[in-house]
Ligand binder design. Sequence first.
Ligand SMILES: [Zn+2]
Length: 474
Amino acid sequence: MLRLFTLVLLMGTLLLAATSKQELDRAKKNLYSSSKSSQFKAYDTYKRYYIKALVNSDLKIQKRCLEGICIAGKKLRIDVDDYEKKLKKLKSQTKQKIVSVPKKRDVIKKEHLKQEHTSKTKNVKIRSQHALQDFHWQGSALVLSFDFDLRSKDVNFFKLKPTKKKGYRYVFDINALLLKKPKIFHKEIQRISISQYKQKKLRLVIESKKRLNMRFKRHGHDLEISMGISKVSAPKAKKIVRSHNYNKLIIIDPGHGGRDGGAVGYQRHLEKDIVLQVSKRLAKILKEDGYKVRMTRDRDKTLSLKYRTKFTRKNKPDLFISIHANSVPKKNAHKAKGIEIYYLDPKRGSQRSSRLERKENAADYNAMNSTITKLFSATQSRAKVIESNFLAIDMGQNVVTHLRDSNFKVKQAKVAGGNFWVLVGATSAAVLVEVGFVSHPKEVQLLINKKYQQSFAEGLADGVDQYFRNKARR
Ligand SMILES: [Zn+2]
C-alpha cells in the first residue's frame, strides 16, 4: 500500500546524500530567479536542508539555509520571523565561538573595572558584579545563586556526547563571573566542575556514569538544577519549588488498537502493540518529569478517530503526540526503514506523505474524504503549525541523539508536514511519530526490543523538554 511512497522516499534519501551540495547551489540560483515558482522551490529546498542540518547539528548548513529561507520568505511574502530570529541567534553563537578565552588575571581585573566595563565593551552590560555568589543543595536540587536576576538568555544548557571514560556530560554555560571556585560534591555524581570558560561566561559541567534526569529553572537570582538524584539532607532545606512542567498536560495517542491492528509487520508483529508499548513508556517518563499525561488508550481497545479528536478537544492539552509505526509491502520490506515525525501542515502536506496520510487516516476515512480533511485542517492556525513544526524538530533531534547515545545505529529522523486527521483535534502543538517500519525484518526487532523502546521514549521526552524550554524563550 505504501510501495510508491517508499520508493520515492528511498530514492529521495539516496539523491539527497549525493546531491546536497548541488541542490543547495541550485536553490541559490532559484532564489535569485525572477520566477515565483523557482523562488518557492528554493524556499522549499532550504527548509528541507535546514531540518536535516538541525538533526545533524551542522551549523554551517543551518546558517546557509536560514539565510536562504529568510531571503525567499521576503520575496514570497511568507512570514519568516521565527527563522530570522533563529538566524540572528545562530550568528551570535558562531561569533561567540571565536572569542578567545581570557587569562584569569583579566577576569579578576574586570571585576574592579566594572564601571568602565560597560563603556569599553559594546553590547554587554555588566550589572552589579554579575557573578556567582554561592551554591547550596535544596533537597536533591543544586541551587546556584548569583548577584543578579538571571534572564533566559543568560543560561545555555546542552549535553555532550557520552563517552566511556566520562559518561554523560551535562553543560551549563552561564553569563557570569566566577570569583571563587566552589567545591561541589554529590555521592551519586562523578564530578561537578565549575570554571570561567570565557570572559563573561562560566561553565558548569556535571559528569555522571548514569543518565540523569536533568531539569533546571531560573527564579530571580537562582538557578535550580534538579538531576533526579537522592536528596542531600540539609537542616534548613526549603521545599523545592515545582518546575514549570507541572502545569503542562500532554496527550499521548497510541495509534489503532482493538479490531484495528494497524500495520502488520514482519513475523506478524502488529503496529497497535508496538505503539502502545512505546506510548506507555513515554507516558511514564513524562509523568516522572512532572508533566500531566493522559492517554487516548492504555490497553488494546478499538477507538474511533472521532473519539480521539473529541477526547483531545475536551482535554485541551498543551501538547498532543500520536504514536504510529510504518510498513511497506513485502517486496520493499528490506528497503524502507527509519523514524519519521509529522506535524500537521495543511498547506505543505507533501506528496510523499499523502499515501501515509491515507493509511493513518484510514480508520474513519470513509466518512471524511481527503478534501474535507484538508478543508478542516485549513482552519488550523498558522501558530499551531509553526509550534508543531518546532516540536517535531526538537523530537527528531533528541530521539536521534538519544538512540545514538544508547549505541543504537540510527541515520536520522525525517521531519515533514502532513495532513493527519488525528492532529486536527489538538489546539496546541501536535505531532504524529512513526517509530519505524514494522515490515523491516531488522528494524522490527529493534521496535520490539525493550531497551530500544525505552531509549526511543526517553529521546521523545527530551524533545518535549527542549520544546517547552525553547518555547519559553520565544
Ligand atoms: Zn498507524
